[in-house]
Design a protein around this ligand. Structure first.
Ligand code: ZN
Length: 417
């Protein structure tokens, strides 16, 4: 391994057809090779001094990386302005690191090539102030925007299209609006729906004052970070204490092309208590007599993982209905009773983790330990749904008949940027 090998590695980029943004695959390949060269330098450092050698893919031989030059995978798809911008910022960051090194030592190495001199010298710019801006703008996309965005105020929205200098989005209340920038939601595998929210949809409340919309949101955020640590991409239908009609939540999951939608709830009123959690999971119907297979499998895994995890809290008196489990809930006129189950094309389930109205459970739900355990169990089930063909608790053959009150459709808009 020598510097010459790194230079040869960089020269390996091949020209490909131009895309709508004017960037070619060669533009991306040159930058990816430069970044891979930095990775190789890091690996040489790791192997040379025996630091973090477990990070070196393929290991070290005689103090050098066994695999030589790190070859980046070939970039697929259409390069956008953002692809180039992110890579240029990473390369610029390496340049800043080099300049820091050049200026760091008393003997100052090659300081004549640091563009603004060394920090502390008159007229010099500080190093390492790069802002790796992950926000996207309409001009980053050649007519093909991401299916969703997190807006600058942190609200998740589906993207309907592009107009000049703006993304056209569906607001949480289901109106059409525009935003100029946001974090892209792309390749989202799972959408979590923290049930209720806002002044028109208040959900259940615990005897300890714990409000269901807040509890559902806290748990959804914990599931989100648990999934992210497992490399599973997820988003939530609402990100704060605001309302959003069910049809907007369902449309959001469908727009993102997610593989699963999980609505998170905590139940009321309270029924006789015992030692088994009364967790209920509602799944989608494929026909008047049968559950939809993907929804039933997702629901079965969630029920199994959640009841197993909650059973560990053995001092809790759990409220439970005799038919608690995985089931379809139908209107007496037929059809799935809950809008979040009936509306989405995405395989969907609604989970009632337990009874917030029950003092014993409400006290548990207020603890960080519950959030941690319930989030982990939920992520276990989602991971098994995505990566295995396990199916968990079987769905009950008999459906429950229930005619819920109409879900609120009134809604207060929140600021998007
Ligand atoms: Zn609820």
């Amino acid at each position: 391994m020598c510097l010459l090998a790194l230079v040869l590695g960089i020269a390996g980029a091949s020209a490909q057809s131009a895309s709508g943004t004017g960037f070619t695959h060669e533009d991306v390949a040159i930058r990816d090779n430069l970044i891979a060269a930095q990775e190789t330098l890091l690996n040489v450092y790791r192997c040379r001094f025996g630091i973090d050698v477990q990070e070196v893919s393929g290991g070290c031989t005689n103090g050098l990386p066994s695999q030589g030059f790190s070859q980046p995978a070939e970039f697929e798809g259409t390069p956008t302005l953002r692809d180039i911008r992110v890579r240029d910022q990473l390369i610029q960051l390496q340049e800043s690191l080099l300049n820091t090194y050049r200026c760091r030592f008393e003997f100052e190495i090659d300081t004549h090539i640091t563009p603004e001199g060394c920090p502390g010298q008159a007229g010099s710019e500080p190093f390492l102030t790069l802002d790796l801006d992950p926000m996207v703008r309409p001009e980053d996309f050649a007519g093909d925007p991401p299916p969703g965005l997190i807006t600058p105020t942190g609200v998740s929205v589906a993207v309907m299209g592009l107009i000049e200098n703006a993304f056209v989005v569906m607001t949480p209340c289901g109106n059409i609006s525009t935003v100029r920038t946001g974090l892209p939601l792309q390749g989202v595998q799972v959408v979590l729906d923290p049930g209720h929210g806002g002044s028109y949809d208040v959900g259940a409340i615990g005897p300890n004052g714990l409000a269901e919309p807040e509890l559902n949101l806290t748990l959804a955020h914990a599931v989100l970070s648990e999934l992210s640590s497992r490399g599973i991409s997820a988003a939530t239908t609402r990100t704060g204490q605001y309302g959003s009609p069910l049809l907007v939540r369902a449309a959001f999951a469908d727009a993102l092309g997610a593989e699963a939608l999980i609505s998170i709830h905590h139940n009321a009123p309270t029924f006789p208590t015992g030692s088994q959690p009364g967790t209920e999971v509602y799944v989608q119907s494929a026909s008047p007599r049968q559950a939809r297979a993907e929804s039933a499998r997702l629901g079965g895994l969630l029920h199994q993982e959640i009841t197993e995890a909650l059973s560990g809290f053995d001092s809790v008196a759990w409220s439970r209905l005799p038919d608690a489990g995985v089931m379809r809930v139908l209107l007496s006129s037929g059809g799935d009773a809950y809008g979040l189950i009936r509306r989405p094309k995405t395989p969907s389930v609604l989970v009632e983790y337990g009874y917030l109205s029950n003092p014993s459970e409400a006290a548990l739900f207020a603890t960080d330990e519950y959030i941690r355990v319930a989030a982990k169990a939920t992520a276990n089930a989602i991971e098994a749904y995505l990566n295995t063909d396990r199916s968990g608790t079987p769905a009950a053959q008999r459906s429950r008949v229930f005619n819920p009150a109409r879900a609120p459709t009134s809604c207060n808009e929140v600021a998007l940027e």
